[in-house]
Design a protein around this ligand. Structure first.
Ligand code: ADP
Ligand code: ZN
Length: 430
């Protein structure tokens, strides 16, 4: 199913022509209106007229999240303040929030891309959409809310948390779609199990849109089993409208990134050079349609790779592989580079443990991985727990080359948040 078939399946040449036109307009816009970019262009000796092909993109400066912070609150605005309609901030997972302004067209485009993304997974106006993302400064909820309304779904702005109420809403209104973070999805699955709810039998759920945090394929499978539905990976960031930047189609093989709105580059984060096609690197994006706050070559710090080949769905927009983490998520423990997702992958693939975990780094370089047990295991024999503990520690050593201390904790004792999960606490004195 398509929302806008012509653009979703456009030939690459036409799509690239459109990108170039929009890039040129964006570059002219920021050169005229944003002193920060004017200065950067002057430093690099580049003028808007120099951008004659998409390859010229590389002549343009990068924009970093620090640039957004330094220019906080309104230094990167490319429209008069009274032409802006809405302010969001990034959720501030990595420090001080960044202010992101939306014009009327930006608000409209954000909803449009969410509608397009949802329809791509098979959503229709018959669906009932319970939005469990946080409404507020965070972009996660509003754009998807308006996107689903555009399609004609019944939208329930539930927000996150309060699982008892979520369950009541899902039952009473026969919710078919949910949108939530992976950590909350796992928590909700546990909650349903505890309440004796069998989602396939007792609820009408069909699909979950899961994003805002990195998660692994193993976690997807756990959520699908626990909630009795299909999980679609949803990627976005406030700087690029919020959700609806890249989304999985019905084939669930990589996320189509909407290239009529964004230009993708994947670079080596150390050198800034492009990586070879299909190799992992940092995702960099240039906005093509944003009016209030266009950003050139924005360094997302998200690590991913292009998925090569054509998607069977017929869409021509390139696909991204699962985001494996942020370049600044990487932990260095005893000289070894470790991404929290490697640990998650091992835990989620281990039978007999719960769904929540926490990594703590202490002292000089000690790593402790707390793993929640399920109710059944918690009541089990001590010998069984000891063997489970060493089995997990061994599997982790094989994956990350460092053997952590594994602590098994009772069910539902690790912290859960309404927003993004905090998986790592680093108390090291290095
Ligand atoms: P913050 O940078 O404060 O977390 P945002 O709320 O804008 O601000 O979050 C965007 C970030 O969330 C992305 O840059 C990415 O790191 C993460 N993210 C969003 N969706 C996904 C996803 N599907 N998979 C992995 N990471 C994601
Ligand atoms: Zn596809």
């Amino acid at each position: 199913m398509f929302w806008d078939q012509a653009i979703e399946t456009a030939g690459r040449a036409g799509l690239e022509r459109l990108q170039l036109q929009r890039l040129q307009a964006t570059v002219r816009r920021v050169a005229e209106r944003v002193p920060f970019y004017r200065q950067k262009f002057a430093d690099l000796g580049v003028k808007p007229d120099d951008i004659r092909s998409l390859a010229d993109l590389r002549r343009l400066p990068f924009t970093t999240s620090d640039d957004l912070r330094v220019n906080y609150p309104a230094g990167l605005l490319a429209a008069p303040l009274n032409d802006t309609l809405r302010l969001h901030t990034s959720s501030g997972t990595t420090g001080k929030p960044k202010a992101i302004f939306f014009s009327r067209a930006d608000v409209e485009n954000a909803a449009e891309l969410c509608a397009r993304s949802f329809v791509m997974t098979g959503v229709t106006k018959e669906d009932v959409f319970q939005n469990m993302m946080s409404y507020g400064l965070f972009t996660g909820a509003l754009a998807t809310h308006y996107g689903a309304e555009k399609i004609g779904c019944l939208v329930i702005p539930a927000g996150p948390g309060n699982s008892e109420r979520q369950l009541m809403l899902m039952r009473d209104f026969r919710t078919t779609l949910v949108h939530l973070t992976p950590s909350y999805a796992l928590y909700l699955a546990d909650f349903l199990e505890k309440r004796g709810v069998n989602p396939r039998r007792d609820l009408a759920l069909r699909k979950a849109f899961v994003g805002a945090e990195p998660y692994t394929e193993e976690t997807r499978l756990k959520i699908e089993a626990g909630l009795g539905l299909d999980v679609y990976n949803s990627y976005g960031l406030s700087e690029m409208n919020g959700p609806g930047v890249a989304f999985e189609c019905e084939h669930k093989q990589g996320m189509h990134l909407w290239e009529d709105h964004f230009i993708i580059e994947i670079i080596n984060p150390q050198t800034g050079d492009p990586v070879a096609n299909g190799e992992p690197g940092e995702l960099v994006m240039t906005t093509l349609c944003r009016e209030a706050m266009p950003l050139l070559r924005y360094r997302t710090r998200d690590i991913t790779s292009l998925m090569l080949g054509r998607c069977p769905c017929g869409r021509t927009h390139h696909r991204l592989n699962r985001i494996t983490g942020r370049s600044d998520d990487m932990l260095i423990v005893r000289g070894v580079n470790i991404y929290p997702q490697q640990i998650e992958r091992v835990l989620m693939a281990t039978r007999g443990i719960g769904r929540n975990y926490l990594i703590r780094l202490e002292g000089l370089d000690e790593m402790i991985v707390y793993v929640e047990l399920t109710g059944a295991d918690f009541d089990g024999q001590v010998e069984h727990l000891v063997s489970l503990q060493s089995q997990i520690a061994e599997k982790l050593r094989a994956e990350i080359l460092v053997k952590p201390r594994v602590e098994l904790v009772p069910p539902a004792t690790l912290p859960v948040t309404d927003g993004k999960a905090r998986r790592v606490i680093d108390n090291r004195k290095l």
